[in-house]
Write a protein that binds this ligand. Structure first.
Ligand code: CP
Length: 304
């Protein structure tokens, strides 16, 4: 299977996702350091208009461990974007230098728009409060490796309004017929349009404001940060800051096989003491970004 642009999980079938996850598994030894020259001679461009640690560096690691090279736009302030160059022109130009482009942008829909101007594959690394499909693929991979995608009971916790990782993940979970519980403050509920899409796909979705009420009923607790930077009014952020905190005390009620995931960065929503428990998987999750992104890069570039 060849991939072209990777923009939204809405564009993927379950079969396509399973092919990517299985390909990722084959790349795990390379992600851990085994030599590969699969993408020797290929160049990946990374364009991050918003901050990133994991997505940027795991793409870079994936490309380099596969023998390819990376060019990075660097900070926006030192690029010609500050002179007023628009995204479409930037993409058209960089398509002359690289075989694929990873793009993170604060505007929802920016990656889709970029794909319309690009002659090389665009990989959406997060578009505002929209989507983050490569995060979802690594999230699914983490569940496959550390729990099970069959008969999955999962709670998505935190900022479900502005959190792009949970938007993308919710679409993918509907393909796996997961039992999904949405846990958020009333102000930060999953957008209605996404809930309607999920219901149309036959997904069973519950909503609550309390983690305590559901922690004993789920296999995966997917915790997210309140997205401070997306609140138009800082006073509104203050009303919900710190609303959820996963602690060892809370986990006394958890299922034996519960795993806790977080796309990270975390702020205060998981107590650091939880890192030492058998439930924590968020650091493994960040590692799995490497083999998953290797699979995506290989599928986007190796046969081109
Ligand atoms: N999960 C994630 O997207 O992390 P970064 O913002 O550090 O890339």
């Amino acid at each position: 299977m060849m991939l072209n642009h990777i923009i939204s999980m809405k564009d993927f079938s379950r079969d396509e996702i399973d092919i990517i996850l299985n390909r990722a598994k084959k790349f795990e030894p390379v992600a851990r350091g085994k030599r590969s020259n699969l993408l020797s001679g290929k160049i990946l461009a990374t364009l991050f208009y918003e901050p990133s640690t994991r997505t940027r560096l795991s793409f870079e690691t994936a490309m380099k461990r596969l023998g390819g090279e990376v060019i990075d736009l660097g900070s926006i302030e030192t690029s010609s974007i500050v002179k007023g160059e628009n995204l479409a022109d930037t993409i058209r130009v960089i398509g002359n230098y690289a075989d694929s482009i990873v793009l993170r942008h604060p505007r929802e829909g920016a990656a889709r728009m970029a794909s319309e101007f690009s002659k090389v594959p665009i990989i959406n690394a997060g578009d505002g409060a929209g989507h983050h499909p490569t995060q979802t693929l690594l999230d699914l991979y983490t569940i496959m490796r550390e729990s099970s995608l069959s008969n999955l009971r999962i709670a998505l916790v935190g900022d479900l309004k502005y959190g792009r990782t949970v938007h993308s993940l919710a679409y993918a979970l509907s393909l796996y017929h997961a039992d999904v519980t949405l846990v958020s403050p009333a102000q930060l509920k999953m957008p209605e349009v996404i809930k309607k899409d999920l219901k149309k796909k036959g997904a069973v979705v519950r909503e609550t404001t309390s983690i305590e009420d559901i922690v004993e009923e789920v296999d995966v607790l997917y915790v997210t940060r309140i997205q401070k930077e997306r609140f138009p009014d800082p006073a509104e952020y203050q009303k919900v800051a710190g609303v959820y905190r996963v602690t060892e005390e809370l986990l006394k009620k958890a299922c034996e096989n519960l795993i806790i995931m977080h796309p990270m960065p975390r702020v205060d929503e998981i107590d650091p003491a939880v890192d030492r428990t058998k439930f924590a998987r968020y650091f493994e999750q960040s590692f799995y970004g490497v083999p998953v992104r290797m699979a995506l890069l290989a599928m986007a570039m190796e046969a081109v």
